[in-house]
Design a protein around this ligand. Structure first.
Ligand code: M6R
Length: 481
């Protein structure tokens, strides 16, 4: 339809034809238009969906995600809604749809181009899983004040007072970022007395919002372009909330539209499955909780415990990655199952959900993530020898209750893989297989337990011949509703 509309308005000037055509349409678009009469020009336009221009001496480029441009240039220009640009070799001009000219300078991309190279890894997903010791380190770098046992988050400084004294925090996000948000709720509630809600952005944007004085909305997004998350934050902003972002892609739309925010510094994530961006999100949410908690009633000692635990994470993830061979063997044993259940409680509940999502999207195995305590309210009816469970059973405050859930599964002849704390010898015959993770603080443990689940999904996907970096039907940034 758009092509016909551009054609109907075309009288020799392609940019004018696109402007006129788009003034007649409703809805969202991010388009690139080429015409046989103008072989060296591309006209791009956006409303709602992202368009980024890449500028170099040799060429002008356009993409919907900055990472696609990083191999060609580090100078980009972000097109805003209702703008049209004409790209020609070495130059570009931007106007609004109603033909007012726009002057916009270029922005430097801070991508490290080497991170686009897979190196010796067969897939980006595996490379990105193995990058986590470094990406967590980067998320922490310069953000901890040891002497006061508090976090230093430069991007939040301007709003720190409002954040620390907020009454109500609502976290909005989608997919893996939503599970990070769920973790955020547990960690904020543990380290602060703030009321925290987590909401799927696709639901939040259509709810009747109760934004009161002191409400802060935090949007979490790797890409910074997810349409539902963006719409949710715009709605919250319109209703008067302080809107913050936790985003990976620098300069992305969500990063630009929030009042303040923090970058996760995970580096470019190419694989469609979020892996390293998730652990960076968990790291920063923990730092945010520390910042708010120390501004309220969290003790110095408790603050220090969290910092000590966070700082050990890069090395501990390294230890877990050494078990990749063993996890591959588990994948060989279990990848031909049709169904999988992931269970965990409290801090491990969001990780059960994330483990199930990874296995679905990468291996196309039907998997369910459940709060372990919910088993007896329905899902236990599914358990039989062909429906294995992965149980997150760390020696923490929930251990005894998770073990009792595992006993119920065992009594129905369900097979169990347990992820438990190093040195735990008590699980014995209750489980078929065990993966150990190093001992850490309960609130920090999700940063470790998710790693074997990522590897498990990856190896299942590879063994089943899936396209793990580009799973079917999925896109890295979901820029449509
Ligand atoms: O870029 P975002 O973090 O906003 O993306 C949200 C989801 O689309 C994303 O996490 C998706 O669920 C991933 N494919 C999960 O691996």
């Amino acid at each position: 339809m758009l092509t016909h509309l551009v054609e109907a308005n075309y009288h020799g000037d392609l940019q004018a034809a696109v402007q006129k055509a788009l003034l007649q349409v409703q809805g969202t678009f991010g388009i690139a238009v080429m015409h046989v009469d103008h072989p060296s020009a591309i006209v791009v336009a956006r409303r709602g969906s992202p368009i980024i221009l890449g500028i170099s001496e040799r060429a002008s480029l356009a993409a919907s995600d900055a990472s696609a441009l990083a191999q060609h240039t580090d100078k980009v220009v972000f097109l805003e809604d209702n703008e049209v640009a004409i790209l020609e070799p070495g130059k570009f001009t931007i106007t609004t749809l109603d033909n007012r000219s726009v002057n916009r300078g270029t922005t430097d991309l801070d991508f490290n181009i080497e991170s686009m190279d897979r190196g010796s890894f067969p897939h980006y997903m595996l490379k990105e899983i193995f990058e986590q010791p470094e990406s967590v380190e980067n998320a922490l770098r310069g953000r901890v004040n040891h002497s006061e046992a508090v976090a230093k988050l430069g991007g939040l400084e301007a709003v720190q007072d409002r954040l620390v004294h907020a009454r109500h925090l609502i976290i909005v996000s989608c997919g893996t970022s939503y599970y990070a948000g769920l973790f955020g709720r547990y960690v904020m509630e543990t380290l602060t007395d703030l009321t925290v809600e987590t909401e799927l952005a696709s639901e939040f944007r259509y709810r009747k919002l109760n934004i009161r004085e002191g409400t802060v909305v935090l949007a979490i997004s790797q890409s910074g372009e997810t349409a539902d998350t963006l719409a949710a934050l715009r709605e919250a902003k319109r209703k008067g909330a302080l809107v913050l972002g936790l985003v990976n892609v620098v300069g992305s739309t969500i990063a630009r539209e929030t009042h303040a925010g923090i970058y996760s510094h995970a580096g470019i994530e190419v694989g469609v499955a979020s892996t390293k961006s998730f652990t960076s999100q968990l790291t920063i949410l923990t730092l945010m909780a520390l910042l708010i908690g120390r501004g309220r009633d969290l003790s110095y000692e408790e603050g220090h415990d969290i910092i000590r635990a966070l700082e050990k994470v890069p090395e501990q993830i390294g230890e877990i990655l050494k078990q990749a061979g063993k996890i591959r063997e588990l994948a060989e044993k279990y990848c031909h199952t049709d169904h999988f259940l992931f269970v965990g409680r409290k801090f491990q509940y969001p990780i059960a959900l994330e483990g199930a999502l990874k296995l679905k999207e990468i291996a196309y195995i039907h998997s369910e993530g459940y709060a372990a305590g919910e088993m007896k309210h329905g899902p236990i009816a599914l358990i039989d020898p062909k429906f294995p469970t992965l149980a997150l059973a760390l020696e923490d405050g929930s251990y005894e209750r998770v073990v009792s859930n595992m006993q119920e599964i065992r009594a129905r002849e369900g097979r169990i893989i347990a992820i438990t704390t190093e040195g735990n010898t008590k699980l014995g015959n209750l489980v078929d297989d065990i993966i150990y993770i190093p001992r850490t603080h309960e609130a920090v443990a999700p940063l470790l337990t998710v790693v074997p689940l990522q590897l498990f999904a990856y190896y299942c996907g590879v063994l089943l011949g899936r396209d793990v970096d580009k799973p079917r039907n999925l896109a890295k940034s979901v820029t449509v509703e």
